[in-house]
Design a protein around this ligand. Structure first.
Ligand SMILES: [Zn+2]
Length: 456
């Protein structure tokens, strides 16, 4: 296996990935709070970790990707009140929109998508452990984490204690908190809040940070391989997750912390509170999935990335160059050995802190050199280019036409594959017919089967 390095925010350095279990990688990335449709900035961690997972799988790892859905949060109560709907129905609507918007990215779903509202029991158990070990205290129906009890607090964000006052929402309750740095694990139900759960401290709901600690542990355990999310989550969210899990379990939460940079619109961080957002659904409708995904991969995941229609349009046109090139390739011709260094550079770049812009330029060098060779009359097959495209989610370009298959078609194709493997040919045939009805056809080849759009 190739050595893979990633930048670890905790150690402030690029480190070699050393999985807890040989050959297996567990990733937890913080997902959206479902109170409004997601914007293109929210799509960045989704795409980054989905494609990083595909790369790790190409390198031979068995990867489990967990992306949670935050469906219990102050913002949800506020947004529901503003719209005059029940918070439960707002959550149901926005969760569905999140799922269909991210389906539109054509990269499949994460392996697990836990929801806070379905994890309350585990959250309460973790809070009880923190109280029992004196790392937390209950007061007036709330429970707070006692930051002074955890000396490592502040290591991830590299901040001094006095710079870590938590003053948003319930965290501002200096009248009942032992110290201004303490943050809420459980919040007593307030008048006007229409969803609440019973607990040993009375009716209420969990704080945002403890939700992620409990959901991550429920699926990946502790000391898992990679914890990810946007760089804006380092403090207080991830700092608090570390404190909760490590104080409560006496185990490290995660081995590596990978943070993606923000998407910027007109030189400002895109955020719902600033009101300068570009909803993902609108961007997908305007530019198409290929342009959006290629744009997200065009910058290094740790750097800020600018969104303008022009920049995304350019990314879309660059995808067309690949599509056209693939259309010129010869089906059974081998790729020349001279192109091997490009694919080596592509994978080496992804292994070096997931450097997608360098990988992307290696891919376009392959295309440019391939075009030159085709122009001079050489016969060229797709070879390693197909593997590179598959890793970044563009396998469909090999057909030289068509968009990525919709998730429904992927699911049917996977079910057909499973039926064939089980020698249940009647089911396999039925799945193929359902695919045909959707406008897709499975082509079986030496390297497995793939979906292609039906010629109309
Ligand atoms: Zn989180």
């Amino acid at each position: 296996m190739r050595a893979i390095t990633v930048y670890d925010t905790f150690r402030g350095a690029e480190v070699e990935l050393e999985p807890r279990a040989a050959g297996k990688v567990g990733i937890y990335a913080c997902g959206p709070t479902v109170y409004a449709p997601i914007h293109v900035g929210n799509a960045r961690p989704f795409v980054t970790f989905a494609v990083f997972k595909r790369f790790l799988e190409h390198e031979g790892y068995d990867v489990t990707l967990v992306v949670n859905i935050t469906d219990v949060n102050d913002k949800i109560y506020d947004a529901a009140r503003e719209r005059g709907v029940a918070s439960e129905s707002l959550v149901a609507e926005m969760t569905e929109r999140y799922l269909s918007d991210t389906d539109g990215l054509g990269l499949g779903r994460p392996d697990h998508e836990p929801r806070a509202a379905q994890s309350i029991e585990a959250i309460v158990v973790l809070i009880e452990a923190l109280i029992a070990s004196d790392h937390a205290y209950a007061v007036a129906g709330d429970v707070y984490f006692r930051v002074r009890s955890f000396p490592a607090y502040g290591r991830l964000s590299n901040r001094a204690l006095e710079d870590m006052v938590q003053a948003e929402g319930d965290e501002a309750r200096v009248d009942i908190k032992e110290s201004p740095q303490d943050f809420a694990l459980w919040k007593a139900r307030k008048p006007g809040e229409d969803t609440a759960w019973p607990s040993p401290w009375g009716e209420g709901r969990p704080g945002w940070h403890i939700e992620c600690s409990a959901m991550a542990e429920g699926i990946l355990g502790t000391d898992f391989d990679i914890h990810g999310g946007g760089i804006d989550l380092v403090f207080p969210h991830h700092e608090n997750e570390i404190a909760q899990t490590e104080a409560g379990r006496d185990e490290r939460l995660a081995r590596v912390w990978m943070h993606n940079g923000m998407v910027r619109l007109a030189d400002e961080k895109m955020s719902k509170s600033l009101g300068n957002i570009q909803p993902l659904a609108e961007a997908l409708e305007r530019h198409g999935r290929d342009a959006i995904v290629m744009w997200l991969l065009s910058g290094h995941y740790r750097r800020p990335l600018a969104f303008t229609d022009e920049i995304v349009g350019d990314a879309g046109r660059s995808v067309e160059r690949i599509r056209e090139f693939c259309g010129r390739l010869h089906r059974f011709a081998p790729p020349p050995d001279a192109l091997a260094p490009y694919s080596e550079r592509f994978f080496a770049a992804l292994a070096d802190d997931f450097n997608t812009p360098v990988a992307r330029s290696a891919l376009f060098d392959w295309v440019a050199e391939g075009n030159r060779r085709l122009d001079s009359g050489e016969r060229l097959g797709v070879g390693e280019l197909g593997t590179m495209l598959d890793v970044i989610g563009f396998a469909h370009l090999v057909d030289g036409e068509g968009e990525a298959p919709p998730p429904e078609a992927e699911r049917l194709a996977a079910e057909r594959e499973a039926a064939r493997a089980a020698r249940d040919f009647a089911t396999a045939d039925r799945k193929r017919d359902e695919l045909t009805a959707l406008g897709w056809e499975v082509r079986d080849g030496a390297e497995g089967s793939r979906l292609v759009p039906l010629q109309r």
